[in-house]
Design a protein around this ligand. Structure first.
Ligand SMILES: NC(=O)c1ccc[n+]([C@@H]2O[C@H](COP(=O)([O-])OP(=O)(O)OC[C@H]3O[C@@H](n4cnc5c(N)ncnc54)[C@H](O)[C@@H]3O)[C@@H](O)[C@H]2O)c1
Length: 434
């Protein structure tokens, strides 16, 4: 079983099923299609197969042309899970958010698994890519898969291979980002490595699915903790009247042992604010507290309020109150040059300013309309940046440093700039760091 499945991968004769066609699943589908595989996408959202069939993109940094090329090579998508049987590999790329109590919400992973169970067959590999706590694959997926009578490691194979993506970063592609793989058994690992080696330049095998799951969490926790550290440094340097950006640039000249991280208005995106708490939750089962994670979370979580405090103080300096002021927030996406607003601190900043009575608008060339969100609802459209529009606001907050903003225009025409991204290094009376 193992040998014939591996051969199907190396011969590129396998059908690759990608379940969940979002930020992770869509680019992975395109990469498998590009490598000559027949790719079958599965999603519960009927809009995704419709867009794909029409050759339309629904993720800004993925060009429609790439989807078109893939469909021309046989890439198709469906909501019909009975077709999972056609796939030799089933790669799960569904969301793993936190619930209202900030605990792991595995419902998407488990619902997907349950939906696939009736259609599993001998000679397939199931690979989970969603970020999750160590033990998920072995404790949650394996027993469910084996409830069908198929034995993992003999008739069907199971792996965990975390996605690594940096949306909007032009220096890396799915193919050139090394990929870690762990298998439930030795045979599972071999099949997993064979699958991913066809499309990824460097596959990094690890000894277990748990090691692979924790690898992903370590990467994201490393970022969350270092961003928390630099945000704390920002508050200290601010009180001491030291320019932290100058300090970071100077420290970064050390050729070893220092990695620059930059402060900001808080954490955003689907990964860094969320993933560390998957480990926190699991660690409790072992009687452990993840204190670095909690502390970084606490500091990073405080940042939108810190920025709002800076806005209030700066307006106060001009004998104005937040209440009644017109404020423009630049950037709704959580990071530059992307259209992803999930967990964006900009949204939190807007909410806090509105709660204080400000009249708030936003400008974001990547987000023309304020999207529907689970927690927030604002009926806003992105404001065009012009001399007149900028001059009409009491304050402009640089929350996301998109390349598309004209920073010279903003500097010249905004009455007050509160800069949470270090875009204005030269001091000016109307510019305040936040
Ligand atoms: N976005 C990133 O940059 C990134 C990077 C690394 C890891 N991850 C991880 O990858 C996973 C997926 O993230 P994403 O950003 O692609 O999410 P996403 O929300 O963009 O996409 C998820 C897709 O899954 C579909 N879906 C939901 N439930 C389903 C079900 N039961 N069956 C089939 N499809 C279903 C949704 O309709 C959506 O199309 C998460 O665990 C995330 O933490 C994301």
């Amino acid at each position: 079983m193992k040998t014939s499945l591996i051969k199907k991968f190396t011969d590129r004769a396998a059908v690759i099923g990608i379940v969940g066609l979002g930020y992770v699943g869509l680019p992975l589908s395109l990469r498998f299609a590009e490598a000559g595989f027949k790719v079958l996408g599965l999603d519960i959202d009927p809009a995704k197969p419709e867009h794909i069939a029409a050759g339309r993109t629904y993720i800004q940094h993925i060009p429609a042309e790439a989807i078109h090329q893939a469909t021309a090579r046989g890439f198709e998508a469906t909501t019909d899970f009975t077709r999972a049987r056609e796939a030799d590999a089933l790669i799960l790329c569904v969301p793993t958010p936190l619930d209202a109590h900030r605990e792991p919400d595995l419902s998407f992973v488990l619902d997907t698994t349950e939906a696939l169970l009736p259609h599993l067959r001998a000679g397939q590999i199931v690979s989970l890519e969603s970020t999750t706590y160590p033990g998920t694959t072995d404790e949650e997926l394996k027993p469910r898969i084996e409830s069908t009578g198929l034995r993992v490691g003999e008739q069907i194979f199971l792996a965990f291979s975390p996605e690594r993506e940096d949306p909007g970063n032009p220096n890396f592609t799915t193919r050139t980002i090394p990929k870690v793989v762990g298998g439930t058994t030795r045979a599972c690992l071999e099949v997993g490595v064979a699958l991913y080696s066809q499309v990824i330049d460097r596959v990094v095998p690890v000894s277990s699915t748990r090691a692979a799951e924790l690898t992903k969490l370590l990467e994201n926790i490393h970022r969350a903790v270092n961003i928390g550290l630099v945000n704390e440094m920002k508050m200290v340097a601010d009180r001491m009247g030291i320019d932290l950006y100058e300090v970071i640039d100077a420290a970064a000249t050390k050729p070893f042992g220092f990695v620059p991280y930059y402060p900001g208005p808080g954490l955003g995106g689907h990964c860094i604010p969320i993933d560390p708490f998957y480990l926190t939750w699991k660690a409790r089962e072992y009687g452990l507290n993840t204190r670095f994670i909690e502390l970084a979370g606490e500091i990073n979580h405080q940042m939108p309020a810190w920025v709002v405090g800076k806005v209030a103080a700066a307006l106060n300096g001009q004998r104005k109150a937040v209440n009644g002021s017109r404020i423009l927030v630049l950037g709704l996406a959580y990071k530059k040059n992307v259209d992803d607003t999930r967990e964006s601190p900009s949204v939190e900043i807007i909410e806090q300013l509105v709660a204080l009575g400000a009249d708030v608008d936003y400008s974001d060339p990547h987000v023309p309309r304020f999207p529907k969100m689970r927690r927030y609802q604002f009926d806003l459209e992105s404001v065009m940046l012009t001399q007149e529009s900028l001059a009409g606001y009491d304050a402009v907050v640089v929350a996301t440093h998109h390349d598309g903003f004209d920073y010279a225009l903003i500097r010249e025409h905004a009455r007050l700039i509160v800069d949470a991204r270090g875009m204005y290094r030269d001091p000016a009376p109307h510019i305040v760091r936040a």
